[in-house]
Structure formats: C-alpha cells, structure tokens
Design a protein around this ligand. Structure first.
Ligand code: NAD
Ligand code: TDX
Length: 372
C-alpha cells in the first residue's frame, strides 16, 4: 500500500460506505472514488463536504452496469475495490426479493467480471474486498435467559464479554441463510470466492455482525427507535423483543475492512464481530434511557409489540478470532461509549434524519408498520 493508490468504494453513499470513505481519508490511504447508484438508501448529503472539497470523486451509477463499470476501472485504475453496494434491509427483502437478486448477486457478478477484464488488460488490482454479513450463517440457539461470561474474552478482546448462547459462527460454519437478503449475500460471497479460485482474482470476503453508528438509514433498528422516540411515535418491537444481535461500532467494522484489504490472504473469509450481544428489547430500553438523560423525553410508554418478522433469526454471534490473530484487528469501541456516541450523533443531526424521513421513507413506513 502507498498513498497514491486508488480505492474504488462501491455503495460508498450508504451507511457503512460513508463511514469507510471518511476513515480512508482520515488515514490518508490514497485517492478515493465512490460509485453509488443512490438508491433510496444512498445519501449524497453524507459526503457533501468531501465532494465539494474535491477530497473524493463521486460517480453515480449501478455496479450492474457493465459499460459504466468497465470504463470507470480503465480510467481510475484502482488498486483496491471494496464492494459495499447492496440492497441491505431484511424487511424489504421479505416484501420484494427481486431487487436483492439484481443488486447483490447480478451486480456483484458484474463488478467481479469487470475487475477480471481490468486485470487481464494490465490493471494492477491488489484486492477486491467483498463485504458480506453474519446473516449468511443463519442463526444460533439461545441457551441462557441471562447472559453468561464468555470464557477467554479478556485474552481475545481485552474486556469481559457476556453471551446468550454457547455457539458462535466461524468462517467455516455452514451457510444457511434465512431471508432473501441473506441468501443473496451468500450467493455474492460464493461468486467472489469462485472468481478467486477460477480466475485468480485477488478476492477477500469479510463478514460482519450488526453495525451501529452515524449515517445509518432510519429503517434499521437503532436510528428508527431514536427518531420515533423524538417524534413521540410508537416503538415497534418485533415478536417478544428477545432476538439477540451482536452489535459492532461502524468504525470497528471499517478498520477491519481496511486490515483485510491491506493484509488479508487471498481467497480467505474474515469474520468481524463487536463482542456485544444484546436482546432487542434491552437495547431499545437502553436507547430510551439515553434519550431521556439527554433530552428529558420519556419514550418508555411508546414500546409496542408488533407481529414478528417472518423467518426472524434468533441469535447471531461471531467468532472473530481469525481476524484478531491474523489481521491484528480487534473491536476497540466499548459498547456503552459507542451507544452514547451514536445517540448523541442522531440527536445532533436530526435534520439529516428528517430529510430522509420526509421522503420515500414515509410511504415505506406506512406500508410496513400500519396494521402490523
Ligand atoms: P446501505 O443500505 O445503508 O447502503 C447501501 C448503498 O449501496 C447505498 O448507498 C445504495 O445507494 C448503494 N447501492 C445499492 N444498490 C446499488 C447498485 N446496484 N449499484 C451501486 N450502488 C448501489 O447498507 P449498509 O448498511 O451500509 O451496508 C453496506 C454493506 O455492508 C452491504 O453489502 C451489507 O450487506 C453489508 N453489511 C451491513 C451490515 C449492517 O449492519 N448494516 C452488517 C454486515 C454487512
Ligand atoms: O422496527 C423494528 N423492530 C424490531 O424489533 C426493526 C427495524 C427491527 N427490529 C428487530 C429485528 C432484528 O432482530 O431488530 C433487530 C435488528 O433489525 P435490523 O436493524 O433490521 O437489522 P438486521 O435484520 O439484524 O440486519 C442488519 O444486520 C446485518 C443489517 O440490516 C444487515 O444489512 C446486516 O447484514
């Protein structure tokens, strides 16, 4: 790596992509070009200052557009391609799976194919990083009603960790996706690994647990709940609220992706996790407390149990020891600090949230939550 390298970040106007672009710039890792179709989930406002100052180049386009992608690669000559572009919301995939096949499977295959042609024509591509998810592994059992200490956590991540079950996902766990979203992500991972094995493309696949932090689209649990508390709307908890997610602060995911791009072994998969398991209802109550402490608004009466998500995964938990040992990575942000920082960001950036909530999101919300 040197700082004249070009990074092509696809899906760079989405939640994780925006945070990733800001990290690449802060660490001066090279020139950054963002390719994003600006679907409902992409928000160019999040990169306004970087675009205006010329710190990045922004290209609006679809990763599935072969002419556009081929021309872009030939012009910018990237050393790294990091593919965040995807349809990413499980509930939308339950409502309509088709766009997930188009963006996540066909789009990724097109990007891989264009990268292959670019290398064939002399392009010096060091890494194609395919961004995957823990959801491809399916879900895990809950063995404990109250979380138990995880043995060996101090040595691994430097702090106490509590978990709701004995099992975790490792990179060799079988793939058992539950939703059309996770099935499409599993297909994309497999296609990327096949391009490595068959064509020698320098691929690594990363898989991460639930991210939280600034710039997340408010259809996802944490920003949705914070915004609803502020607006006095009900807080829709699916089922009994007992499903468990492993939460990771978005910067910890981004630093893992950079480590995988720079030092990951080709053809390998790397898991990242936050080592912070929480039941949805406990997390929602924590958000209610944080908003109450900061704004004096009491959202506790707004909690409303609604019908469950079909096929709802019970528990996710990552074993990220391979990334910790091989990449020298670990999640650094303490969960309590990360949650406080995140709530603060949404409260300080209500116009960013409101802008989205006023748009297409309003009809989505009515469709998904009225009569639920
Ligand atoms: P997001 O929905 O916030 O952003 C996705 C971005 O991709 C948007 O800017 C959108 O405009 C763009 N996009 C969609 N289809 C495109 C296409 N065909 N061509 C070009 N751009 C397109 O998603 P996110 O939460 O930032 O997730 C980014 C990636 O990380 C996804 O691949 C997702 O599967 C994966 N991931 C997310 C999480 C999480 O907790 N959010 C966890 C693990 C993995
Ligand atoms: O209104 C809600 N009520 C509720 O109870 C919403 C939006 C969610 N939930 C529950 C469902 C999940 O158990 O909260 C949990 C988190 O839901 P999401 O924010 O939709 O995330 P999840 O389905 O876990 O998927 C996320 O993590 C893995 C990302 O959206 C994926 O892109 C990523 O791959």
């Amino acid at each position: 790596m040197n700082n004249t390298d070009t990074w092509l970040v696809t899906g760079g106007a989405g939640f994780i992509g925006v945070n990733f672009v800001k990290m690449l710039l802060a660490e001066k890792l090279g020139r950054v070009v963002v390719l994003d179709a600006l679907t409902y989930a992409g928000n160019i406002r999040s990169l306004e200052s970087e675009i205006e100052s010329g710190a990045i180049e922004f290209v609006k386009g679809d990763i599935g557009d072969s002419q556009l992608v081929a021309g872009l690669l030939a012009r910018i000559r990237p050393a790294y391609i990091v593919n965040f572009a995807a349809e990413s919301h499980v509930d939308r995939s339950v409502d309509n799976p088709r766009p997930f096949v188009e963006a996540n499977i066909l789009g990724t295959q097109n990007l891989l194919e264009c990268a292959r042609q670019y290398v064939k024509n002399g392009g010096e591509l060091r890494k194609f990083v395919q961004i995957g998810t823990d959801e491809v592994y399916g879900d895990l059992d809950m063995d404990f009603d109250e979380p138990q200490l995880l043995e060996g956590a101090e040595a691994l991540v430097g702090r106490e960790v509590r978990v709701f079950g004995r099992e975790t996902f490792s990179e060799s766990s079988p793939l058992k996706p539950s939703s059309p979203y996770s099935a499409s992500k599993a297909a994309a991972d497999m296609m990327a690994l096949a391009y490595h094995r068959t064509f020698g493309l320098p691929v690594v696949v990363t898989r991460c647990s639930n991210n939280y932090g600034p710039y997340q689209f408010p259809e996802k649990l944490i920003p949705l709940m914070i915004n609803n508390i502020m607006e006095g709307r009900s807080l829709p908890v699916y089922g009994k609220g007992l499903n468990v997610r492993d939460w990771i602060y978005v910067d910890d995911h981004c630093s893992g992706v950079i480590a995988a791009a720079l030092n990951g072994r080709l053809g390998e998969v790397y898991n990242f996790g936050g080592y912070y398991e929480a039941r949805n209802i406990d997390l929602i109550n924590m958000l209610i407390d944080l908003v109450r402490e900061s704004e004096g608004i009491n959202g506790s009466g707004l909690v409303t149990y609604v019908s469950d998500r079909p096929g709802h995964d019970r528990r996710y938990a990552m074993d990220a020891s391979k990334s910790i040992q091989e990449l020298g990575w670990k999640p650094e942000v303490l969960p309590e600090d990360g949650m406080k920082r995140t709530v603060r960001w949404y409260l300080d950036n209500l116009p960013w949230v409101r802008d989205i909530v006023e748009g297409e999101y309003r009809s989505y919300y009515e469709k998904m939550y009225s009569n639920r």
